[in-house]
Ligand binder design. Structure first.
Ligand code: NAD
Ligand code: 4TP
Length: 337
């Protein structure tokens, strides 16, 4: 589905940041353009020299110019990169350009030139080492760029499963202390609102995983469920949210269990992302909820091990661009969060 159409019926363009140029971002962006050139325009925000040789490109100064040229060339907003950008070898000198591309993509969507933002993968380590990047990922950086008052919520979405980690990029040892009734409540409310507004689900069904094995087994294998998780969910049910749980995490992802909910809220990164990527690695999309703009991304990372080989699968990025467009259409129909 195209993004919220312009008066002449054409889809609005999306801003795509290039990610780490030593990863597969440039390659999958080129492949996505070849697939979507006639249906969903987007502007690649990065350096032309990183793109595959022979790819037709057109320099543009704004994402708004992308629709005019996208059928014949990949529209590019040029960003300076200082590094050598050898595929498969992250270069600290590229960190500043990678960050600048994200910042420019956000500016494009904030100005209204782009209908939504999509991001190619970054390496957190490369950005920390190369530029002292102070954020654990795009999710937190985008919340900062949005003004800092927004609570970003990560969702991995595919036809098989929508999974939301309540805590995201923190050490496992820090998870129990980071989980609070306030954080769980806010994450559930933001997820429910997004499912209503962007995913066509007027009465979303939410399933919440327990923190401990067997959801604590009545307090015998951990007490967080009894101490506060159950009460928090009970309070939210009184608000009208359709919530089941806390459920044992090991049995909530088989097909019959998944048919009973629209999104699974999980207590930590891997509890959500292992089932999400196992069920749909090629097609799942990483969506950031709770921001004043729409952001999607492929579910995979930089894939340095195959960068430059021409074998990267663009399916998740294509899905991310299409989902961004669908969400922009839904937002223009139903209004912002
Ligand atoms: N959205 C993001 O920015 C994002 C998401 C996940 C991971 N990362 C980062 O990526 C880096 C590498 O992470 P990783 O190695 O754990 O995961 P990864 O997803 O980069 O790679 C895991 C495996 O899947 C393969 N793979 C990934 N995407 C593929 C594709 N499109 N086509 C074919 N094969 C593909 C890789 O070759 C590799 O064997 C890390 O620094 C991590 O922080 C970034
Ligand atoms: N947690 C994500 C994953 O493993 O797929 C990934 O690191 C992306 O995070 P950001 O979107 O915050 O960069």
């Amino acid at each position: 589905m195209p993004s919220s159409p312009t008066p002449d019926g054409s889809p609005r363009p999306i801003a795509l940041s290039c990610g780490d140029p030593a990863g597969i971002g440039p390659e999958i962006a080129a492949k996505a353009w070849a697939r979507l050139r006639d249906s969903q325009p987007f502007a690649y925000i990065g350096a032309r020299r990183h793109l595959p040789e022979g790819l037709p490109t057109a320099l543009v100064s704004s994402t708004a110019e992308a629709p005019a040229v996208a059928a014949t060339a990949l529209p590019v907003i040029e960003i300076d990169f200082a590094g050598a950008s050898t595929p498969g070898t992250p270069d600290p000198a590229d960190a500043a350009g990678t960050i600048a591309a994200i910042e420019r993509a956000v500016a494009e969507v904030q100005s209204g030139a782009a209908a939504a933002l999509c991001t190619c993968p970054i390496s957190k380590l490369a950005l920390i080492e190369g530029a002292g990047f102070a954020f654990p990922g795009h999710t937190e950086f985008l919340a900062h760029l949005a003004g800092g008052s927004h609570r970003p919520v990560m969702m991995l979405a595919s036809p098989e499963l929508r999974a939301v980690p309540v805590t995201i990029h923190i050490p496992l040892a820090d998870v129990p202390a980071a989980l609070t009734p306030g954080l769980l409540t806010e994450t559930l409310r933001i997820t429910a609102a997004a499912l209503r507004q962007h995913f066509g689900l007027p009465a979303p069904r939410l399933a919440v995983a327990g923190l401990n094995p067997h959801a604590g087994e009545g307090g015998k294998i951990g007490t967080e469920e009894l101490d506060w998780i159950e009460h928090t969910l009970a309070d939210l049910r009184k608000e009208g949210l359709d919530i089941t749980g806390p459920l044992p995490a090991d049995t909530m992802f088989h097909p019959a269990a998944r048919a009973r909910y629209d999104a699974a809220l999980c207590m930590y990164h891997d509890q959500a992302l292992i089932p999400a990527k196992t069920l749909a690695f090629d097609s799942a999309v990483n969506v950031t909820l709770g921001l004043p703009f729409i952001r999607t991304s492929p579910d995979h990372g930089t894939a340095y091990d195959i960068a430059g080989t021409g074998t990267a699968n663009p399916a998740s990025l294509i899905g991310a661009l299409q989902m961004a467009a669908e969400m922009a259409t839904a937002r223009s129909t139903h209004g912002a969060d």
